[in-house]
Design a protein around this ligand. Structure first.
Ligand SMILES: [Zn+2]
Ligand SMILES: [Zn+2]
Length: 373
């Protein structure tokens, strides 16, 4: 039996599909037959060649992709339940963390598994056994002892796909930032992370949610996901005007939590100025190296500012993300987050269109692309 893997040989270029043998499943492991994979902002960074420090000056038979879901194809010996203790059988739909914390170090012990220094990175060179190490392919080999969760029946594959990335990350981040019921939150950036953050903040009981973006259709989607106020950064063309607008909406004091979900460091200083005294700035957006910003440390001290940055998440967040989806399926239009689904044979089109539309201002825009297997 063989399965396909999408391989990239030139940044910004076309993928080629290669076939590899489907591996035997060792005890404790799970072979997943993938049904969906997401094209995340970080996947676009990789495809464009903006993360060469990690992926090399030119891609060496690169396979990647980290947002996905699928069905259990084969269970390794000894696997009988998911990480919540629910019985797991072949054919069950599952999601899982795409990174592998060691579970045996001081960082993991302090429930910071997302930044475990010993975490195993998925192998990204095509042809490395067990061959199916990333999301853009027919299978995924889930190594022994890993965190895995059954997807509740009422959550579709399209809605479940981003749950192991954007949704879990913002849920984990907003918890760490100390968001509580009654708080005012500013969300900088209404892309995939931002839209999820708005819905999660609403679910956590935020009183007022203010969203800033440059694109009207993204702001409209943010309102559909529960934003109370949206600020168009093109109309409010300067940082001063945007800070003033937030102050005005918060009685002059600023927000309890401000979250950067943009990925350009220019937004950080203005976001810090939007905080109330003692508020928390949550940094999530900066993932490509070189995102340097400048700010007066004295203003941080005088403002009693808390800074929280999060990479990945602890595995409990994924279980909470599924519960959040189940609880809010009728409340928010999750089906609008993925706008275009391409079959694996057309993965190059998916990336080209997602890239092109991300650079283009104004509707109609691709909010998010997915790949179906
Ligand atoms: Zn992602
Ligand atoms: Zn560890």
């Amino acid at each position: 039996m063989k399965g396909r893997v999408a391989v990239l040989r030139t940044y910004g270029g076309e993928f080629e599909l290669r076939e590899y043998p489907v591996p035997e499943v060792e005890p404790g492991a799970i072979l997943v037959r993938l049904t969906r994979a997401g094209v995340c902002g970080s996947d676009l960074h990789i495809w464009r060649g903006e993360m060469k420090e990690t992926y090399g000056a030119s891609p060496r038979d690169l396979t990647f992709g980290h947002e996905m879901c699928g069905r259990v194809e084969r269970l390794g010996a000894g696997v009988t339940a998911d990480s919540m203790g629910q019985p797991l059988r072949e054919g069950d739909r599952v999601t899982y963390c795409y990174f592998f914390p060691c579970g045996r170090c001081p960082v993991c012990l302090h429930d910071e598994m997302g930044s475990c220094p010993r975490k195993v990175r998925p192998n990204r060179v095509a042809g490395t056994p067990p061959y199916f190490n990333n999301a853009y392919g027919d299978y995924y080999y889930l190594r022994p002892g890993h965190f895995v969760f059954k997807i509740p029946a009422e959550i579709s594959d399209d809605i479940a796909t981003p749950s192991n990335c954007a949704l879990s990350q913002v849920l984990y981040g907003l918890r760490r930032a100390g968001l509580r019921a009654g708080h005012t939150v500013v969300v900088q950036g209404a892309g995939g992370l931002g839209i999820n953050a708005v819905a999660v903040a609403r679910d956590m009981g935020a009183d007022q949610i203010i969203v800033i973006d440059r694109l009207p259709d993204r702001l409209e989607l943010a309102r559909a996901f529960g934003a109370d106020h949206t600020l168009n950064a093109v109309e409010l063309a300067t940082a001063d005007r945007r800070v003033d607008a937030v102050k005005e909406l918060t009685g002059g004091f600023g927000a309890d939590v401000v979250a950067d979900l943009v990925g350009y460091p220019e937004v950080i200083p203005e976001g810090l100025r939007m905080l109330r005294g003692g508020g928390c700035y949550l940094e999530v957006g900066s993932i490509a190296p070189g995102n340097v910003f400048s700010y007066d440390a004295t203003a941080l001290v005088r403002g009693n500012v808390r800074l929280v940055a999060t990479s990945n998440y602890s595995p409990w967040a994924l279980e909470q993300a599924l519960a959040f989806l189940r609880r809010n399926l009728k409340r928010f239009p999750f089906e609008r987050v993925v706008s275009h689904v391409f079959p694996l044979e057309r993965i190059s089109d998916a990336f080209q269109q997602a890239d092109w539309r991300e650079r283009l201002a104004g509707p109609p825009r691709l909010s998010r692309a997915a790949i179906s297997m």
